[in-house]
Ligand binder design. Structure first.
Ligand SMILES: Cc1cc2nc3c(=O)[nH]c(=O)nc-3n(C[C@H](O)[C@H](O)[C@H](O)COP(=O)(O)OP(=O)(O)OC[C@H]3O[C@@H](n4cnc5c(N)ncnc54)[C@H](O)[C@@H]3O)c2cc1C
Length: 469
């Protein structure tokens, strides 16, 4: 494959629209104006319109539906939230369990809506394997993670330990020592989901404007180069792509994430690897790797994030041959039978990381601005939950979602989310943490004792993780 071409596997699976969506070229009025046609914006529109059909709702997108992370991600639909402990860590156990039940059930809720709306997005609830797949040190990392999930409030029926034999029945890694099975995880084809969802909200009567970048956000008004919308409520759903709206970018920055997809694997290879239930999988690494078996029999595999100086989001898809090679080598390290397998696609995009390292759903009713994001790489399921929550907050519904600790009314994002430090501090911190994590991984790989360096590096990385996870 050519790294200079756009090479997002998911977009190759959908049929391009023949009729373009309109641009915003007039001054109009609406009840709700939503900025950004990714999952957050579209789920907000979906629930607002379903709960209050009379509302006049418009979505304004700078590029096209699914241009951002929603059309490019790894397809995991996780019954958890990155940074959940920061919202619920201090709550009583019963309340923590309620919150965990809400995020776990969210996966089934998504499955139900897709069925109801006939959105064919290859939704498959095969659970996730968080494996100790390569080094013995990973066993204690995963066992500690399982204890953390239970302590947080996730149930033992949803998250439980698989020994080596049980793990091998689900997937056969190079050194499958054991791992966690998280039942409440599904996978989807994100491009099919985001385009199907856009069509579903249009069927409900929502208008989506494409190629209409919002350049200014005023009091109950957004403007593009060619038009403007006055609305009672404005929903800002730009997550990692908010670059021109600086006020948001100061609080939620883009982090790059890259993904590859193999060629479709032969039946013989699948016999060796397993994964008959098409589970999602990851192994214990602070540098993060995650994958799943796609509906057409490929492995879609993402690994490692990076931060670009100046918080620049990734608009193009292309990634370099080095980026592809690194991810392929990691995948082959997990499944040596894949040596020699062809990589058909490689692409990247930006996710949004909040300075509070936790996701948020915020309604500042006085200013008429709502926003959600900061999902830190676990946004596919979260954007459904948070878009739905924004709808409940905007409609002043007295319901469980509106009472969740991540739902805020009364103050704005400026008050509720800290501001990121200026450059070059952000960039230097990102580099230090990346190298430190890579050093720890290299030591694990060597499997030779390093009595001085290893504990010190682990302590340093535990500290970094406590600040950012
Ligand atoms: C490579 C990659 C892999 C990932 N893998 C996973 C995964 O496996 N599982 C998971 O849970 N999460 C994953 N994520 C994260 C997840 O995809 C995102 O958190 C989620 O899609 C965010 O959705 P969103 O609608 O909030 O933002 P986005 O999908 O990023 O949409 C924001 C939209 O706002 C538009 N926009 C920005 N500024 C303006 C403006 N001024 N005017 C108009 N429109 C504007 C953008 O063009 C964009 O379309 C991944 C992310 C990436 C990049």
């Amino acid at each position: 494959m050519n790294s200079d071409t756009q090479a997002n596997f998911w977009t190759s699976t959908i049929v391009e629209r023949t009729t373009p969506r309109p641009r915003l070229e007039a001054r109009i009025q609406a009840d709700v104006a939503i900025v950004g046609a990714g999952f957050t914006g579209l789920w907000s529109a979906y629930y607002l319109k379903t709960l209050a059909p009379a509302l006049d709702i418009v979505v304004i997108e700078a590029e096209h539906v699914g241009h951002g992370a929603s059309g490019r991600n790894g397809g995991w639909v996780v019954g958890n939230l990155a940074g959940l402990e920061r919202h619920i860590g201090d709550l009583p156990a019963a309340q923590r369990r309620d919150c965990c039940r809400v995020v776990a059930d969210n996966v089934d809720e998504i499955g139900k809506v897709l069925e109801r709306e006939n959105i064919q997005a290859d939704f498959n609830k095969g659970g996730a394997l968080y494996a100790a797949a390569r080094y013995p040190d990973q066993i204690s990392i995963q066992k500690n993670y399982l204890a953390h999930l239970h302590e947080l409030g996730h149930s033992e029926t949803d998250c439980y330990w698989l020994d080596a034999e049980q793990l091998a029945q689900k997937a056969r890694f190079r050194n499958g020592y054991g791992g966690i099975h998280h039942r409440q995880v599904a996978t989807i084809n994100p491009a099919k989901l985001v385009t199907g969802l856009a069509e579903a909200v249009e069927r409900l009567g929502v208008t989506i404007y494409e190629h209409s970048r919002v350049t200014t956000l005023g009091r109950r008004k957004v403007s593009t180069h060619e038009g403007a919308v006055e609305a009672t409520t404005i929903v800002c759903a730009m997550e990692g792509y908010a670059e021109r709206l600086h006020d948001f970018k100061r609080h939620v920055i883009p982090v790059q994430s890259l993904v590859i997809a193999t060629e479709p694997l032969s039946d013989e290879l699948w016999q060796e690897i397993g994964m008959a239930e098409r589970p999602a999988f990851a192994d214990a690494s602070r540098l993060i790797n995650y994958g799943h078996r796609s509906a057409d029999g490929r492995i879609v595999f993402g690994a490692r994030g990076s931060y670009r100086f100046g918080a620049k989001p990734k608009h193009d898809m292309a990634i370099t041959q080095d980026d592809i090679r690194m991810r392929r080598d990691l995948l082959v390290d997990l499944f040596p039978v894949l040596k020699g397998v062809k990589i058909d696609y490689g692409w990247g995009g930006s996710l949004g990381l909040s300075r509070n390292f936790r996701p948020h759903a915020i309604l500042d009713r006085e200013k008429g601005i709502a926003t959600a994001g900061g999902y830190a790489g676990e946004g596919v399921a979260a954007s459904h939950l948070f878009g739905r929550t924004l709808a409940d907050l905007i409609l002043e519904r007295d319901c469980e979602l509106a009472r969740m600790p991540w739902a805020f009314v009364g103050a704005g994002h400026r008050q509720l989310i800290k501001r990121w430090e200026p450059e070059p501090l952000r960039w230097l911190a990102a580099q230090t943490i990346t190298y430190s994590y890579a050093g720890e991984e290299a030591l694990m790989q060597r499997a030779r004792p390093a009595p001085l360096i290893k504990p010190a590096l682990t302590r340093a990385n535990d500290y970094f993780a406590s600040i950012i996870e």
